[in-house]
Write a protein that binds this ligand. Sequence first.
Ligand code: SF4
Length: 461
Amino acid sequence: MKKIAVSACLLGHKVRYDGQEKGIPQLMEGLAAEEVLPLCPEVLGGLPIPRAPAERTCSGCVKTKEGQDVTAAFKEGAQKALHLCQAQGVTTVLLKERSPSCGVHERYDGRFCGQRIPGAGVFTELLRAEGIKVYSEEELPEFFRELSVQDAARASHHAEKENEMITRLEQLKEVSLAQPAVLAVAAAEDEAVIEAVLRAKKLGLVQPLLFGEAEKIRALLGDEEGVEVVGCESAEMAAHEACRAASEGRADMILKGLLETKTLLKQVLNKEFTLRQSPVLSHVMIYDVPTYHKLLLTTDGGMVAYPTLEQKKELVKNAVAVGHCLGIERPKVAALCAVEKVNEKMPCTLDARDLVLAQQSGELSGCILQGPLALDNAISKEAAKHKGLTGEVVGDADVLLVPSIEAGNMLGKSLSYFAGAVNAGIIMGARVPILLVSRADTAEAKLYSILLGALVSRKKA
Ligand code: SF4
């Protein structure tokens, strides 16, 4: 919504020198959906209603008919009105023509004989000096045309932001969503979780729906308003109700609070609900590594311990879906092994070969897959060059598919502890994203996981 300032008298406020107004019904109707700031610079300058009529002379000072110089009050009011416009981000203003404060193209010449001269009022001059666009009430068609141009520009900026590729986790804070994603939190009576949820809410990306011990949750919320709390007698019940909310379409994602992961996942897989979407639920971690030129997705260091070839295909699909939500058109997937050549004695190299075939046959779509690749060749063009490796993925991988939970776990912890990476995590494969933040996660990591969940839930919807 735009912020527009308008002369208060044109909006029907009785602020004129004679205590009257000059309201224009067509203007008030046209601005009904906008956020309008009514301003009367003369009243802001401390002048009373009614007051002596005044005109701005050729020399620029303002005098009443009796000759009293009121320039100082007019200037003070104009300054105050300008500050209000700046504080509220006003870029377009509509003012009353020929007023000594608000005149846009003309004013009276100061002799009180009805003679008009070209020139602007005190407030208009200040606005123009600050680059704020000013229209008079005699230019309503031009004024409304300008507003629609601003609307179009805003819509196109919004669309650009929507398609922007996210290369650093920090960008998640600036994501623009048509409306906040509803976040169901199971067993929300946890200070760190509530803190992260409220930070995400403050960014306008999340609307919390909290399940758990109502009294404790409300105490943690303090005087925060607009958060629904649903009392639950046990952690099991909180998980059940959070999953029910997602299943019934009342929540867009689920966050684990103060309960065991298995308690939550049991309800996610509960046949009473229809949350399971893919044959495999898998964990995707997103690392923002300071030394890498973009985000790095890894899977699976948390859910599927020793994936079979068929499970690996699902892991790729789930990670690629996250990549798409981050704006990566065709995520580059590296099937990681210890070597780059297929070796019968190393089963994961055989899987890598078969995954490449699956991608080439169209079974795995929306991505580019290469493997087997060792870690260095997947993320460093220099390393790949030494080995004589080529391909679109080498040195530029978006997704690292690891062969086992141990490899994923160690890779992730190395990135965090040795390389100072910040991370976010998400479980994919259900109808809504599932977020498991752990106590060891930093406050920033918890927030990023929630923001990632909001983005994925909205992009998938
Ligand atoms: S100063 Fe401007 S807003 Fe106030 S009465 Fe005059 S024209 Fe209207």
